[in-house]
Structure formats: structure tokens, C-alpha cells
Design a protein around this ligand. Structure first.
Ligand code: ATP
Ligand code: MG
Length: 427
């Protein structure tokens, strides 16, 4: 019988990889908490309408990337392709938004039917940060500083650069869209099919086209910066001034528009050259209209989302994960014949005496020499060897260092806890 395999583009994350994920997740959690962001969790399934109304009908995500289906009730549901819309839905549903300030974050799997390749999957994970009820520009900068600090903490800072842009208000973009259409109409035959179709529906998305011939035509197109209103320009200038004051380097990219319709004013991306075409590791911006667009009362907002797989790839490829995070074990306990029960009790006692100690007690018996081979392969720094004394009891244990020329110490049972506390002070 042929075996059933995982769905293309949906990855298993194996025990050999999870330590990197856990390290990243723990680092992010500690960091966002240090900025007083609180975690919110929402379902992976939502009404399809939520994404149509927020991300926009004429976007790659809604047009061709969502996993949508009718449930048994006839409701059209979609696996969430991103988190911001869900976060707004959840926070507003629970009365957390209007007239309040909220700093929230979320993490979890997202689903998009894309062509799988390195750094691009059909189930992938995002960590997102959203701030509600603040007009900025200080909160915009706080979010950028938070992400900058994350790269610093992870050791990724030298590999990423910040691009920002002001995309104006939706009215600005409408005016600009008309100018862009007028220009692109003159080159219509030379545009790729998708872009030609978007001329009539969502011209700004053409700016984001990855087709080289289209990019060539765009070179001489009108630029959005000439169409943005004074308010947004002031806001944007305040942001760049604060970034300058904080010593954060950035590049203004006038073509940066983002693939989701809800953004306005400031948008940004952190981009790396280390991952080929999948270079954006974190993207976000301001989305002051979204809460209202989803039926809530007007609430300014700004946020971003990072791609966990892409960050994991970078951490792995640059070997940036500290050994301690990759090391799953402190002690391997080899258990001599007849001592199974005593070994379990001793292991329990040690876990109590040495908080955080990672101890694997060998189960299933077998020769001590075979168990020692396992100990050496286990990644543990030390082995405890339990051998019965002549009367079948357990009075002393060997503590063996598992390095090249590891020393062995014989310890009375009663002294073991204290010895391990000294050896693993902050296990
Ligand atoms: P891209 O331009 O790479 O398609 P995007 O603009 O569609 O990205 P967003 O919707 O802004 O991405 O999502 C934020 C981040 O989530 C991206 O910067 C990226 O790191 C990550 N991401 C998005 N789509 C995927 C995917 N299919 N697989 C893995 N990571 C993804
Ligand atoms: Mg995309």
C-alpha cells in the first residue's frame, strides 16, 4: 500500500529543527513583552468575507491563494492567510478597540496556496505585532525599533535592511492610480497578463509585479510620492526624523506598496539578501481604515508580521543559534541491572533538587557498555552511571564527563544533588 504523504508546501517541523524554532519564539516572546505587547490567540478559520473585506478582492491572496470551502452549514470559510484581519476581528468583537490603546501580538500558522519554494510555503508561520488607538508617528517608530532590536538580539542585524515608504491616503492612491493607468495604457500591449488585468481593477498592485518587462515599463511611470497629501507627508517625515534620532538606518523605496489593500501612510519591509527571491522577513505599516472597514468604529492602527520560516532559515544558515539552545540534554543516566525502579526514583529526586535539569533516564535495560554508547550520542554533557553494590543496593553513583578526556567522579548518593546543583547552576 502506498503511504499517505503530507500536503505539498506544508512542512513537518522535526525534533532536529524545533530547537531553533523554540529559541526564536522564546526570544520574540521575551522581547515583545519587554515592550508591553500582550498575546492574543484567534482561530485558524474565519469567514471568507473577513479577508475579502480587509486584504481586498483584487489581491493575489484573495484572488488565488486562499484555502476556502463551504462548511456543512453552507458558510464559506477560509484558513487564515494572515493575522491582522483576524486580530482586528477578535479585538473589536471583544470591545477592546474603540477609544482604547492596545498593544497586541500573535503567532501561528497561516495558509496560502502559493508555489512552494525555499522560504515560501503553503502553511507557514507568522509572528505579528499590532498597536491600536495611537495615531503615531511615535508608535510607528516603536514597532520598527522593536523589530530592529529583535534582529540585534538574534544576531541577524548585519543581514537585513529597512525599506520604508509613504503610500498616502486611499484618496491619494486613487488619484495616483488614475495617473498610473493613463501612463500604463500607453504601454498596454507590453504589460504581462496579470498587470493588464489589474489596470482595470487595482493598478497600484502593478508596481509590485515581479515580471521584468513590466518592471522596465514602470521605470518611467509617475511616482506615488508626488501624489501623497500633506498630512501623510508630515507624518512620514516625523517617522524618518525619529528613526534618524534612534540611529536606525533605512532606505526610502518609492515603489514599496505592499500586497494588501488596507495599508495607508507609512509602510515598511525588512529585507535580506540571504534568502534569494524570498527576501522579505518582516513587513507592515499603518492601517487606520481597517477597523472601520470591518464594521468597527474608527481606530488608528499600525503593525507588522514576520515570516518565521525565513528567520529560521537565516538563523540556521548563519549558525546563529547558541549551543545551549540546541543542546537538548544535560545528563544521560545509565542504569545497571536490577536498578530500574531506583533509577526512576533517583531521576525524579534530581529533577526536584536541580530545577531546569534536563535528564534522560535510560529505560529498557541492557548492557552498561551499550548504554554508554547511547550516552555519548545523546548530546548530554555528563552521564550518571548506576551500578548495584554487592548487596544489590544503590549507595554511590559515577558522574562521568562525556567530553574527549572526560573525568569520572564517584559520589555517595547523598552528595549527588548538591554536586549537580553546582554543575548546572542555571539549568
Ligand atoms: P512576499 O512578497 O514574500 O510574498 P508578502 O508581501 O506576501 O510576502 P505579507 O503578507 O506581508 O507577505 O506577510 C509578512 C511576512 O510573512 C512576509 O514578509 C514573509 O516573511 C512571510 N510570508 C508571507 N508569505 C509566505 C509564504 N508563503 N511562506 C513563508 N513565509 C511567508
Ligand atoms: Mg506574497
Amino acid at each position: 500500500m502506498n503511504k499517505i504523504q503530507a500536503i505539498r508546501g506544508m512542512n513537518d517541523i522535526l525534533p532536529s529543527e524545533t530547537p531553533v524554532w523554540q529559541y526564536l519564539e522564546a526570544t520574540v516572546q521575551q522581547l515583545v513583552q519587554s515592550y508591553a505587547y500582550r498575546e492574543i490567540r484567534f482561530p485558524v478559520l474565519e469567514q471568507t468575507q473577513l479577508f475579502k473585506r480587509s486584504i481586498g478582492e483584487v489581491t493575489d491572496i484573495v484572488e488565488k491563494e486562499m484555502y476556502s470551502f463551504d462548511d456543512r452549514n453552507g458558510d464559506n470559510l477560509s484558513l487564515r492567510p494572515e493575522g491582522t484581519a483576524c486580530c482586528v476581528r477578535a479585538a473589536d468583537e471583544h470591545g477592546m478597540l474603540y477609544n482604547q490603546q492596545q498593544r497586541l501580538w500573535y503567532r501561528g500558522p497561516m495558509f496560502r496556496y502559493e508555489r512552494p519554494q525555499k522560504g515560501r510555503y503553503r502553511q507557514f508561520h507568522q509572528i505579528g505585532i499590532e498597536a491600536f488607538g495611537m495615531n503615531g508617528p511615535d508608535i510607528d517608530v516603536e514597532i520598527i525599533l522593536l523589530t530592529a532590536r529583535l534582529w540585534q538580539t538574534l544576531g541577524l542585524a548585519p543581514q537585513v535592511r529597512l525599506e520604508i515608504n509613504n503610500i498616502g491616503t486611499s484618496a491619494d492612491r486613487k488619484r495616483y492610480g488614475e495617473a498610473l493607468i493613463a501612463y500604463l495604457r500607453q504601454h498596454e500591449e507590453a504589460l504581462d497578463g496579470d498587470s493588464r488585468r489589474r489596470l482595470g481593477s487595482n493598478p497600484l498592485r502593478i508596481l509590485d509585479s515581479k515580471v521584468p518587462s513590466t518592471q522596465e515599463i514602470l521605470r518611467a511611470a509617475p511616482v506615488l510620492a508626488d501624489y501623497v497629501s500633506e498630512d501623510t507627508r508630515t507624518h512620514f517625515e516625523a517617522i524618518t526624523a525619529m528613526l534618524d534620532a534612534a540611529g536606525v538606518a533605512y532606505e526610502i523605496n518609492p515603489r514599496l506598496v505592499r500586497g494588501l489593500d488596507y495599508y495607508n501612510n507609512m509602510v515598511f519591509e525588512w529585507i535580506t539578501g540571504s534568502l534569494g527571491a524570498q527576501g522579505t522577513v518582516c513587513a507592515g505599516g499603518r492601517y487606520d481604515g481597517l477597523v472601520e472597514q470591518l464594521g468597527g468604529r474608527g481606530t488608528p492602527a499600525v503593525g507588522c508580521a514576520m515570516g518565521v520560516e525565513r528567520l529560521v532559515l537565516m538563523l540556521q544558515e548563519s549558525a546563529l543559534v547558541p549551543d545551549a539552545a540546541l543542546q537538548p540534554l544535560d545528563i544521560f543516566m545509565a542504569v545497571g541491572e536490577g536498578l530500574a525502579s531506583q533509577a526512576l526514583l533517583l531521576a525524579e529526586q534530581l529533577r526536584e533538587q536541580v530545577p531546569g535539569l534536563r535528564l534522560q533516564s535510560h529505560c529498557g535495560g541492557g548492557k552498561l557498555s551499550n548504554q554508554m554508547k547511547k550516552a555519548f550520542n545523546s548530546g548530554a554533557s555528563h552521564a550518571l552511571v548506576l551500578e548495584a553494590d554487592p548487596v544489590g543496593g544503590l549507595s554511590e553513583v559515577k558522574l562521568r564527563q562525556l567530553g574527549e578526556e572526560g573525568s569520572t567522579q564517584v559520589l555517595p548518593l547523598a552528595a549527588l544533588g548538591e554536586r549537580l546543583q553546582a554543575l548546572f547552576p542555571n539549568a
